[in-house]
Design a protein around this ligand. Structure first.
Ligand SMILES: [Zn+2]
Length: 309
């Protein structure tokens, strides 16, 4: 199984269009290597057909930068993209669907709660449902995403619930699927190669490490985990926002209940942070925070990082 990190940043990316924090300023100027697009990965079992996990608003730029996702030679119209699996309905996970509207067949897989968000926003009808079917996926039910001709992808995906929140823009409104206290707005995924059994976990948004999750992640070969903030009140302290990480549905990297501590003793072979906000000091290669991340055995990926399992 092959994985490409298409983007590693949280909503807004690095730099964020309207942000002049130290990191965004550096990314715009002296340290262009800090630039990062909004979080998404691509996975493939056969190195020919690819599935995106989330479709970020930066998708067009990500596709351009990723040769594996370019149209195949010999076809006038073609894309290696066979499907998109959505783990939530946030803008940074779904807006990229609009960039896939030029008539290529693929399948959207998402929980009913996220599908109902797409349904309630008529702009997504630019994706003709005959050519781009929307398939509901269920918590705890593994499925094999199919290629557009119905054949096998060689992948098996198990969606499970991740502690989180419905999309921000739904706050104060009625969720299009109804009740607010039901799971399904935020998913974690276990993605496996059916033949080799190699697998990874994708949890780019996670508000807490529950006992269930701890057990699930024990001994995992590879995990992509929520790296939005270094500390829970980072946005407030920096004067960038009024919400804590917890309020936004994200664990922080540091602290007693942060991701580094919570996942330290689970025997996970490779740990990669994803969905990293531009306010997070661990983005700076020479920061104390980056040193602590690396000491704890975690990696901050650059866009385009490739992993073969
Ligand atoms: Zn910034």
């Amino acid at each position: 199984m092959r994985v490409v990190v298409l983007g590693a940043a949280a909503g807004g990316g690095v730099p964020q269009w309207n942000c002049n924090c130290d990191i965004c300023r550096a990314a715009r100027g002296a340290q262009p290597e800090l630039r990062s697009t909004q979080a998404s990965i691509a996975v493939s079992a056969d190195n020919a057909h690819w599935f995106l996990v989330n479709a970020s608003p930066d998708l067009r730029q990500q596709l351009l930068a990723t040769p594996q996702l370019h149209p195949q030679a010999g076809y006038l119209r073609h894309s290696p993209i066979a499907g998109v699996i959505l783990t939530n309905g946030e803008v940074d996970a779904v807006a990229g669907l609009l960039s896939l509207r030029e008539g290529w067949p693929f399948t959207i897989y998402a929980h009913q709660r996220v599908l109902s968000i797409l349904k309630s926003n008529s702009i997504f009808n630019v994706l003709d449902k005959k050519r781009v079917p929307r398939v509901p996926i269920q918590l705890g039910a593994a499925f094999e995403p199919r290629l557009p001709d119905g054949s096998s992808s060689g992948l098996e995906i198990l969606p499970f619930t991740a502690p989180g929140k419905p999309a921000w823009y739904l706050e104060g409104t009625t969720h299009p699927e109804g009740r607010d206290d039901e799971p399904g707005d935020t998913l974690g995924l276990r993605i496996a190669d059916k033949e080799s059994g190699e697998h990874l976990y994708f949890l780019a948004a996670c508000a807490a490490l529950t006992p269930d999750l701890r057990q699930r992640l024990q001994g995992a070969p590879l995990i992509f985990f929520d790296g939005t903030l270094w500390s829970n009140d980072e946005m407030i302290v920096a004067g960038l926002g009024a919400k804590t990480g917890q309020r936004m549905g994200h664990m922080s990297m540091s602290g007693e209940r942060g991701a580094m501590a919570a996942l330290a003793d689970l025997g996970i072979a490779r740990k990669i942070f994803l969905h990293i906000n531009n306010s997070n000091p661990a983005l700076l290669p020479d920061s104390d925070e980056r040193a602590a991340v690396e000491r704890a055995g975690w990696q901050i990926p650059s866009d385009g990082t490739e992993i073969t399992l």
